[in-house]
Design a protein. Sequence first.
Lengths: 261, 263
Amino acid sequence: MEQKKQSLASRIPPKVWLLISFAVAMLVWYIMSIVPQTSRAFPNVVVTIEGLMRMVERGAFWQDLSSSLISVALGYAIGFIIALPVAILMAWYVPVRNILEPWIQFIRNIPPLAYVPLIVICAGVGRLPQVIVITIACFLIMCVTIYQGVINVDETLIKAARVLGASDKDIFIRIITPATLPFILTAVRLGASVALTTLIAAESTGASAGLGMRIRSLNNTFDAAPMLAYVIIIGIIGITLEKIIKFLERKLTGWQEKREI
Amino acid sequence: MAGEERNLIVKIDNVRKVYNTRNGEMVALNGVNLDIYENEFICVVGPSGCGKSTLLNIIAGLHDATSGAVYCKGKKVTGTGTERGVVFQQYALFPWLTVKKNVMFALEMKGIKGKEAEEQAMKYLEKVDLVKFADHYPKELSGGMKQRVAIARAYAADPEVLLMDEPFGALDAQTRTQLQTELLETWEKDRKTCFFITHDVEEAIILAQKVIIMSARPGRIKSIINIDIPYPRTQETKMTPRFLELKNEIWSQVYQEYLEVRK
């Protein structure tokens, strides 16, 4: 009996499972929109889309979306640009590692929302504090991940290259870079997810537009429909980024023996 | 040696290696002297921790000797060099390169590029019977195949001497005998100078002309046994009386050193 069930489950192709999963989610959403306790927060699909269209008509939606994407892209890019060299320096120079690592671990465990006020005091309101918050969060996660990758490069591979006559430059370009690439891509993926999860905190710095800012302001009027639409849109952006990066990972690091998380 | 002009490839001159550990100094090698001549096949056996790998790393130029020196064709070894190729126990293939490109890496480091490198790489892969797997990644190969690629790559660098650090140690018994046979056939053809480390006494005797037994720490050369079994040798050679006699003799000497280690 058990075995029969299993073989049936394994015969359904992944794409069909995706459809089933989607249908189940829509069903749960529909039930939530009927049950009185949850119906106020989860209006049904039609109402939610109407809520979103209202935001589009008001001209708020595209402004919010572009503002958030700009902040995320800037913070993410700057975070990566700083994280890459810092991670390599930490891996190569013990003093750099010993001074920086404890603090990176320390700050990494503080929720960004907690230090947002401090950043606002220093950087004022507007785009700058938003970018700073996302940069910090992205930098921390990407730095730790890339650093792990660089220190874990298999020493035997470096030795093997050296005995074949590779120079320091050859070893950096032809061994360390490709060996670290999987970790860099993992960092890029984790960074993207952190950038989005930090968005609400970043836009609580007195932003005038933004997906996160709008959710907070709609919260004040209990306007659930557009709020829910915004939440879903953040999720869609997140999963799209993840899929793109995963695709890149498969293309670039398919040679790996085991896959990382 | 009389009447025969022999080319000295590697001279190990009074090498001593001391490691600084938390518990003070640890002497890994002490007073090691050895000459390796062209076309020789030398196997080194000894208990684990006797410094066999350390010695190989010093010859390769991956480690420095604390005192004494290694000379390769008269030149003092101060670092790695393409005239000393190494085959590692862990294969050390570059996982992001295909089998062919792993071999090409060795050629490119020597300045051979493009089509020429590709053609030569295929030639070396033919030697280890892996032409069919030229475009595969290492992760798709078995342990034995990986090591054959590593051997092809080492050959492609065309070194004066091949240093092999327990190359078959991680393989199952069947694959190990297969690779021994292949290595024997290759060596009988081209007589590439080999310095081969193993903990397997049978493996040492079947392959080598000379077996070097190292003592327990601090490692030094305890004795050198000439293996007077003529080539070509096969796995059947392992059944011959002379083989068993040598095996007994070498094993009892190695065993004494094992007992030393256990003390």
